[in-house]
Design a protein around this ligand. Structure first.
Ligand SMILES: [Zn+2]
Length: 124
C-alpha cells in the first residue's frame, strides 16, 4: 500500500462494523504515521456528521479535529503530525506556528465548522 489509509465500513448482518486500512509500518517513524492515518480515518466517524455535503469539508473537518486533539493532548507528537500531513519528510526543524499556519491553509475550514469541530474535540 503506497498511499494513506481508508476507512472501510463493513456490514455484517444488521451490524455495521468499521475497519481502517493503513500502510504497514516498516520503521519507527512509520509507526507514528500509521497511527496518524488510523486516527484520521476514525475521526471521520465523529466529524462527518458535522458537515452537510462537501467532501472537502469532511476531509478538512477530520484534519482540523485531529490537529486540535494533538495540540491539546499530545503536544510531543504535534509537529510530527503536522509535518506528516504537510508531506514534509526528514528531520529538518520547523517553527511550530509556521507549520500550524501551513496546515490550516492546506486544510481550510469555515469559521462556523471550526467552531463545531472545536466544541466536539473539547468534549473528548
Ligand atoms: Zn479523510
Amino acid at each position: 500500500m503506497k498511499n494513506n489509509g481508508r476507512g472501510v465500513p463493513v456490514n455484517q448482518d444488521q451490524r455495521i462494523l468499521f475497519n481502517v486500512v493503513a500502510p504497514l509500518p516498516e520503521t519507527r517513524d512509520q509507526t507514528a504515521h500509521a497511527l496518524f492515518v488510523i486516527l484520521h480515518e476514525t475521526t471521520h466517524r465523529l466529524t462527518d456528521n458535522l458537515v452537510e455535503n462537501s467532501e472537502a469539508d469532511r476531509e478538512n473537518a477530520a484534519f482540523y479535529a485531529d490537529q486540535l486533539y494533538f495540540k491539546t493532548h499530545y503536544p510531543q507528537y504535534y509537529s510530527d503530525y503536522l509535518k506528516f500531513f504537510l508531506n514534509l519528510a526528514g528531520n529538518r526543524q520547523f517553527n511550530i506556528s509556521s507549520l500550524e499556519d501551513q496546515f490550516l491553509k492546506s486544510y481550510p475550514l469555515s469559521p462556523s465548522l471550526k467552531t463545531s469541530v472545536a466544541e466536539l474535540v473539547k468534549k473528548l
